[in-house]
Ligand binder design. Structure first.
Ligand SMILES: Nc1ncnc2c1ncn2[C@@H]1O[C@H](COP(=O)(O)OP(=O)(O)OP(=O)(O)O)[C@@H](O)[C@H]1O
Ligand code: SF4
Ligand SMILES: [Mg+2]
Length: 319
């Protein structure tokens, strides 16, 4: 791996609820190299968004980071004060959300929003100059720069997502976290946005964390893949080896559930069993109630993450 840009160590993020403590991210560790795209996958509720938000220290209440370290460019983000974090957000680490409307102010023109983002982080820059930069960025992302005058509701879903990407890139963020960036779009617009991300990845040498439950999207874009199951990392590997030889039984199941477009009848195997309760997760290996290869020790001993092949890490007693 190239220079390591981000490293999480034993990260723990909990939501204290009336029903009990939801351990949404449970002693997770992973790394991201500068310039790489890491696909973070796993079924709904496994903790992907919580992990993404925790890197920006923006886990929504009652969520709390209760343990571990997040080392970004050599510094521990969990030791920063709120003022320091505000400076990092948007300028060094930025996030693209599934629904751009959650971040765009309906009463503000797109141009004003982008200009404010620029001037907040660079107080020396003149407004006209910032506006020009916004125009250039929109043009780069395939939107007519005159749309800077528009309000969010005047743009299509795909264009709004491009504006979100513009906001993420305008300050040259080192790390971009994209949480289901295309889920709310139709398939044609989704394909356009994915192509755009692919291009930007190369042009800007982006380090991108791409959160999705869509293994097809990961296959298109990711250099490496991290698979989460029930708040734990279960497999991390380079994309090709992971697709060719998934090792964890859960990953094998995920890959079986990709629709095979070469078949006339699309087969979409669903994984048997239901996702576990994160307040009282299963003992030992959390996947054991659904695993076709379960052994006695799986029910009692949690499998540690091990490097089974070069740069291919798996947490499973089979290896
Ligand atoms: N505000 C909250 N209060 C309590 N529990 C929460 C809250 N937000 C998330 N959780 C719980 O934390 C766990 C992880 O949720 P998270 O949203 O991170 O999952 P996810 O992998 O992003 O799912 P999805 O694919 O549906 O977006 C889930 O069990 C969820 O119910
Ligand atoms: S540790 Fe056991 S139960 Fe868990 S995935 Fe591996 S074989 Fe299945
Ligand atoms: Mg999510």
């Amino acid at each position: 791996m190239a220079e390591i840009l981000l490293r999480a160590e034993d990260l723990e993020v909990y939501y204290a609820t009336r029903a009990g403590v939801v351990k949404a991210v449970d002693r997770v560790r992973f790394e991201m190299g500068r310039g790489e795209t890491l696909g973070l996958v796993g079924e709904s509720g496994c903790g992907k968004s919580t992990l993404g938000f925790s890197i920006l220290r923006l886990v929504p209440p009652p969520g709390k980071i209760v343990g571990g370290d997040i080392i970004f460019a050599g510094e521990n983000l969990l030791e920063k004060d709120e003022e320091e974090m505000r400076k990092i957000r948007g300028s060094r680490i930025s996030m693209i959300f599934q629904d751009p409307m959650t971040c765009l102010d309906p009463l503000e023109r797109i141009g004003d929003h982008i200009v404010e983002t620029i001037t907040t982080h660079d107080q020396g820059i003149k407004r006209a100059e910032a506006w020009k930069r916004a125009e250039e960025m929109l043009d780069r992302l395939g939107i007519d720069p005159s749309r800077l005058e528009d309000y969010p509701h005047q743009l299509s879903g795909g264009m709004r997502q491009r504006v979100m990407i513009a906001l993420a890139l305008i300050l040259n963020s080192e790390l971009v976290i994209a949480d289901e960036p295309t889920t709310s779009l139709d398939v044609i617009v989704e394909a356009q946005i994915l192509d755009l991300l692919k291009q930007l990845k190369e042009d800007y040498e982006l380090t991108l964390m791409l959160i999705t439950h869509n293994m097809g999207i990961v296959a298109e874009l990711a250099d490496r893949v991290a698979v989460m199951y029930a708040a734990k990392m279960v497999e991390v590997a380079e994309a090709l080896p992971l697709y060719e030889k998934p090792m964890h039984p859960y990953t094998q199941g995920l890959l079986r559930s990709i629709p095979n477009i070469s078949l006339t009848e699309q087969v979409l195997a669903t994984m048997p069993g239901s996702p576990p309760d994160l307040i009282r997760p299963p003992s030992g290996c959390r996947f054991h109630p659904r695993c076709p290869y379960v052994k006695d020790e799986c029910k009692e001993i949690e499998p540690p993450m091990r490097e089974v092949e070069r740069e291919h890490l798996v947490a499973c007693h089979l290896y």
